[in-house]
Design a protein around this ligand. Structure first.
Ligand code: FES
Length: 491
């Protein structure tokens, strides 16, 4: 008998992005019942059924088992305590099902026995008795188990699925992640503050399922809150394979508070001869809550030089799921005091940098159209953050990147683009080179027109003003609605 699984779980079972399954739902290839997909449908779409006769089934099953095993090995397993709790809760579920089955079995046997003497003189009752006997024989016959069902059971042990109320968003908790970490890794905008159990801002209410505490917390919940099922998401993880919690989520940049944090330079690394990575780290107890694509203002108190006390607003290049380690890309520029300090080694590991923010509304919208990212030079910073966010959300049918460099070493993270493209079916990228941003923008627009069959996408543009304005004008001229073009100026 087919089981029913969520779209999220179905994508894990067959090893495709969730966006691919959602696209098939929209195309009418997959029918959902209460938001669930039957494993029968999955098997049909990710096909083995027709292969049985040709003898290929075993090979396909083996390949699928190997791929599944690899995906399992790549996961960090939960702690022994969490595994034991999940095993216990699955054991309970199994025991419930067994008890029910035994009762149904006893009921059917009793009915059959009572029917037997009545069926002797009554043809209709005799037919009913035969039907009951045949049905019982079929139900008791040993059938090969459905491989997807087995995989689903194993996944329930190593990862838990969490559903948020009232949004209905879902994510999986893997390894030793807390509920908060797992939600952030999934690209969700959960409410939180310190991330270490002292502020109480990540309070959630458990509606269904079990949790286990993973660390000590200083914040004390009231007895009433505890009785109502409240707990801190940053200090708990899922103990049952399914969990439903009620929580607040930010709907956009306006819900993210402006913060001031004194960070430390963790490292400065050359990405290319003329581009450096500035890696700042926040204190453990004061992390930066931000949305992918946003910027912050950095304030430096340099020990020497005329630029003492300089400030500069920069887009964050890293993912909000790592709110302690913040990355920035800085190009060599003699007119920029921060770039001068960086390239002259006047800013070093261990130096303090004050940060204010986040700011800006260059963030992903909720649409489910294909996403097209267009960057020029270090405009790649917010674009990288957005791409990582889109990959975490796993909801866009496809992602394309067009990256123009105005100097020969300008594609300073081409390896990263290659890695995305090798790892993901739905990601493509094009690197372009032109010394002039405006003329380069025309080249980019031509590449977009040549590569995209369908222009009904959401476009995210980041780079210097002449570049962004030119690409925007080209897209508008091609018929892209203004609401589908989001831009950020990065000088
Ligand atoms: S984020 Fe502060 S207590 Fe959880």
């Amino acid at each position: 008998m087919a089981q029913w699984v969520t779209v999220w779980r179905a994508a894990q079972l067959v090893g495709v992005p969730r966006g691919v399954l959602q696209q098939r739902v929209r195309a009418g290839e997959i029918e959902l019942a209460d938001g669930l997909i039957s494993t029968e449908t999955l098997i049909k779409l990710y096909p083995q059924t027709d292969l049985e006769a040709s003898g290929m089934l075993e090979r396909v099953v083996r390949i699928r088992e190997e791929a599944f095993g690899k995906r399992l090995r790549e996961r960090l397993l939960p702690s022994q305590e969490v595994l034991a709790q999940r095993l216990f809760s699955q054991g309970q579920e199994l025991a419930d099902v067994q008890r029910l089955l035994q009762r149904y079995h006893a009921l059917v046997i009793r009915l059959r026995d009572e029917l037997r003497p009545l069926a002797v003189d009554d043809a209709r009752l005799a037919a009913l008795h035969r039907q009951l006997n045949d049905g019982l024989a079929r139900a008791l016959a040993t059938e090969p188990v459905d491989l997807l069902d087995v995989m689903d059971d194993v996944l329930k042990m190593v990862s838990a699925q969490v559903t948020l109320r009232p949004s209905g968003h879902q994510f999986t908790v893997e390894g030793r992640d807390t509920l908060l970490q797992a939600g952030m890794r999934a690209g969700l905008k959960l409410n939180y503050g310190c991330g270490n159990g002292s502020c109480g801002m990540c309070k959630v209410r458990v509606i269904h399922g079990q949790v286990v505490r993973t660390m000590h917390t200083d914040y004390a919940l009231s007895e009433t809150e505890k009785a109502q099922g409240y707990l801190l998401a940053c200090a708990h993880t899922a103990a049952s394979s399914e969990l439903t919690i009620e929580t607040l989520e930010a709907s956009g940049p306006a819900d993210i508070p402006v913060q001031q944090i004194v960070t430390q330079v963790r490292a400065i690394r050359a990405l290319a001869p003329d581009t450096r990575l500035l890696h700042l780290q926040t204190p453990r107890s004061q992390r930066l809550r931000f949305l992918a694509g946003q910027s912050v203002t950095l304030g430096l108190a340099l020990a020497q030089g005329p630029q003492d006390g300089l400030r500069r607003t920069l887009p964050i290049a890293s993912c909000p799921c790592d709110d302690r380690n913040l990355h920035f890309f800085i190009a060599r520029d003699d007119s920029d005091a921060l770039a001068q300090a960086l390239f002259a080694d006047r800013l070093k590991a261990g130096d303090a940098v004050t940060l204010w923010g986040p700011e800006g509304d260059f963030v992903l919208t909720d649409s489910q159209r294909p996403l097209v990212f267009v960057a020029c030079d270090t405009g790649f910073a917010p674009i990288k953050s957005l791409i990582e966010h889109a990959l975490s959300l796993d909801a866009a049918p496809s992602l394309s990147l067009f990256w123009l460099a105005t100097r020969p070493d300008g594609h300073f993270l081409a390896n990263q683009c290659r890695a995305w493209s090798e790892a993901l079916d739905g990601f493509e990228y094009t690197l372009l080179l032109h010394a002039d941003p405006s003329a380069g923008a025309c080249q980019v627009a031509a590449a977009i027109r040549a590569d995209l069959f369908d222009i009904d996408c959401d476009f995210y543009l980041a780079g210097p003003a002449p570049f962004v304005e030119s690409v925007r004008a080209e897209l508008r001229a091609a018929g892209v609605p203004a609401g589908q073009v989001c831009q950020e100026l990065v000088e």
